[in-house]
Design a protein around this ligand. Structure first.
Ligand SMILES: Cc1ncc(COP(=O)(O)O)c(C=O)c1O
Length: 448
C-alpha cells in the first residue's frame, strides 16, 4: 500500500510514522517537520551489516555516507550499530567527533579538501583519507612530512604503520562506468570532477606517487559510480574494472592492495513506480563477481567497504507540511501550497526528484486529484512534485511526503531567511527532538 516501512495507519485512520500519529506530531512540533523512524534507520544499518557478513564473510565494513543525513544523533546511532562513516567536510568530521564517533572508522572524502580540513583529519587521526587528485596527494604528503619533522619522528623507517605519524589513504578512482541515473548524480565516468581516471593513466601515476610517499600508506582504492541506481550491472562492472586495476598494480609495483571501497548509490523507492532492488541482491551479485575476478587474477579477496547513503536514512524519513492554499488554474493545473519547500527539500528544484504525497488524516482515501505541490519560497521552481495524485485536501490539512530522510535535512538552507525545521526521531510511538528547529535569532546569529 505505502512505499515505506516507516508508515502505517492507526485506528483513527491517520497516518503513523514509527507508530506515532502524524497529526499529533504536527500538532506538537508544528510544521514543516522532519520525522525519522529510528527502527527503520537502525534496521537498514543492520541489514547492510548482515549482508556484508554473509556475502563477504564479515571481511569488510559498511560506511554510512553521512552527507545523506548528518547530526550528532545520526553519528551516535551509526557508531552503536558498528558502522564506519564517510565524511566529506570538516563540519561532518566535527559533528562525528563531537558525537564520540571512533575516528579510526572515519573515511575522509572530498574533491577539494582545504588545508584546514586535511589538518583536521590528521589531528583527529581518521582511519583513512580518500585522496582525489595529485595536488591533494602532494599536499597531504607535505603536511605529513612537516608534522613528522616537528615531532622528531621523520626519517625513522618503518614497514609498519606508525600511529600519529603515518596516514592511511585510499585513492578515488573513476572506473569509466556510465551508471544509468541523473546526470548530476553520475560520478564514475571519465568526465567527472571526482577522482583519478583509470583509462588515461592518471590513476597509475597516482599509485606511483603514493607508493613513493614516505609516510603515506596506500591501502586501497575507492569508487562511487553514482546515486539512485537500480541496476546491478554498473556495480559489477565497476568491481571488475577495479579488480583488474588492482592486479595491474600488483604486477607493476609488487604491491598488494588489500582494500576496495565500492561506494554507495543503491536506489530507493520514492514513488510507486520505483522498482528498488533489495540491496542484498546488489551485495550478492557484486560479491559473486568479485570472488571470480580476484580468483582469476590470483589475488586474495580484499577488505570490502561500501558507502550507502540514501538507502539508510531515506526510507526512514517523512516530512510533514501544512496545506496553505489550493489554487486551481482552469485547464492548466491545481497548485497545493505548503509551508515548506526548497528550503527544507531542494531535491525537486535540483534534479526533478520524484516524491509521492499523502493526506495525513486519511492516507487510505482514494487519490482523486492531480495536483502540483508548491513550496512557500520565492522561486517558481520551488515545487515538491508536479502533476501528482493526491487525496482531496483543503487549507489546514497535513501533507506527508515519504522517503525524505536523505538529502533533505542535510541539503536544507535558509533561503528567504526561513528557519530550518526541527528533526524529530520516533521510536515505538514515542518522539524526541534530535535537531532543534531554528529561530529568527538563529538566522541572525552571524550577522554583524
Ligand atoms: C563518495 C560517496 N560515497 C557514497 C555516497 C552515497 O551515495 P548514495 O546516497 O547514493 O548511497 C556518495 C554520494 O554522493 C558519495 O559521493
Amino acid at each position: 500500500m505505502f512505499i515505506s516501512e516507516a508508515l502505517g495507519v492507526n485506528e483513527a485512520g491517520h497516518l503513523t510514522i514509527g507508530g506515532a500519529d502524524a497529526l499529533a506530531l504536527a500538532e506538537q512540533y508544528g510544521t514543516p517537520l522532519y520525522v525519522m523512524d529510528e527502527e527503520v534507520l537502525r534496521t537498514n544499518m543492520r541489514n547492510f551489516k548482515a549482508s556484508m557478513d554473509s556475502y563477504y564473510n564479515g571481511n569488510g565494513l559498511v560506511l554510512f555516507a553521512s552527507k545523506a543525513f548528518m547530526c550528532k544523533e545520526a553519528a551516535r546511532i551509526a557508531a552503536e550499530e558498528g558502522l564506519g562513516l564517510d565524511v566529506v567536510s570538516g563540519g561532518e568530521l566535527y559533528t562525528a567527533l563531537q558525537a564520540g564517533f571512533p575516528a579510526e572508522r572515519i573515511y575522509f572524502h572530498g574533491n577539494n579538501k582545504t588545508l584546514r580540513e586535511l589538518n583536521e583529519a590528521l589531528d583527529a587521526a581518521v582511519g583513512h583519507i580518500v585522496v582525489d587528485n595529485l595536488t591533494e596527494l602532494e599536499t597531504l604528503d607535505r603536511l605529513v612530512c612537516e608534522r613528522a619533522e616537528k615531532a622528531g619522528t621523520a626519517g625513522i623507517e618503518s614497514k609498519n604503520f606508525v600511529p600519529g605519524r603515518d596516514c592511511r589513504i585510499l585513492l578515488r578512482l573513476k572506473p569509466g562506468i556510465d551508471a544509468h541515473t541523473h546526470d548530476f548524480v553520475r560520478t564514475g565516468q571519465i568526465d567527472s570532477k571526482f577522482g583519478f581516471a583509470i583509462e588515461t593513466g592518471e590513476a597509475m601515476e597516482a599509485v606511483e606517487a603514493a607508493v613513493k610517499a614516505a609516510y603515506l600508506f596506500l591501502d586501497g582504492f575507492h569508487c562511487h559510480i553514482g546515486s539512485q541506481i537500480f541496476d546491478v550491472e554498473p556495480f559489477t562492472l565497476a568491481a571488475e574494472v577495479l579488480a583488474g586495476f588492482m592486479a595491474q598494480v600488483k604486477g607493476r609495483f609488487g604491491k598488494e592492495i588489500d582494500t576496495l571501497n565500492l561506494g554507495g548509490g543503491f536506489g530507493i523507492q520514492y514513488d510507486k513506480q520505483d522498482d528498488a532492488l533489495p540491496y542484498a541482491e546488489f551485495m550478492k551479485a557484486v560479491s559473486g563477481t568479485m570472488r571470480s575476478i580476484f580468483e582469476e587474477h590470483g589475488l586474495p579477496m580484499p577488505y570490502v567497504l561500501i558507502e550507502p547513503g540514501r538507502s539508510i536514512p531515506g526510507p526512514a524519513g517523512v516530512t510533514l507540511y501544512t496545506v496553505g492554499a489550493v489554487k486551481t488554474i482552469p485547464n492548466i493545473r491545481t497548485y497545493v501550497t505548503v509551508d515548506g519547500g526548497m528550503g527544507d527539500n531542494p531535491r525537486y528544484i535540483l534534479y526533478g526528484a520524484k516524491y509521492m504525497a499523502l493526506k495525513a488524516s486519511d492516507p487510505l482515501a482514494e487519490a482523486t486529484q492531480t495536483v502540483t505541490i508548491a513550496g512557500r519560497y520565492c522561486e517558481s521552481g520551488d515545487l515538491i512534485q508536479e502533476f501528482t495524485k493526491l487525496q482531496p485536501v483543503v487549507p489546514g490539512d497535513i501533507l506527508a511526503i515519504p522517503a525524505t530522510g536523505a538529502y533533505n535535512y542535510s541539503m536544507a538552507s535558509n533561503y528567504n531567511r526561513v528557519p530550518r525545521p526541527p528533526v524529530v526521531m520516533v521510536k515505538e510511538g514515542q518522539s524526541r527532538v534530535i535537531v532543534r528547529g531554528e529561530s529568527y535569532e538563529d538566522i541572525l546569529r552571524n550577522d554583524v
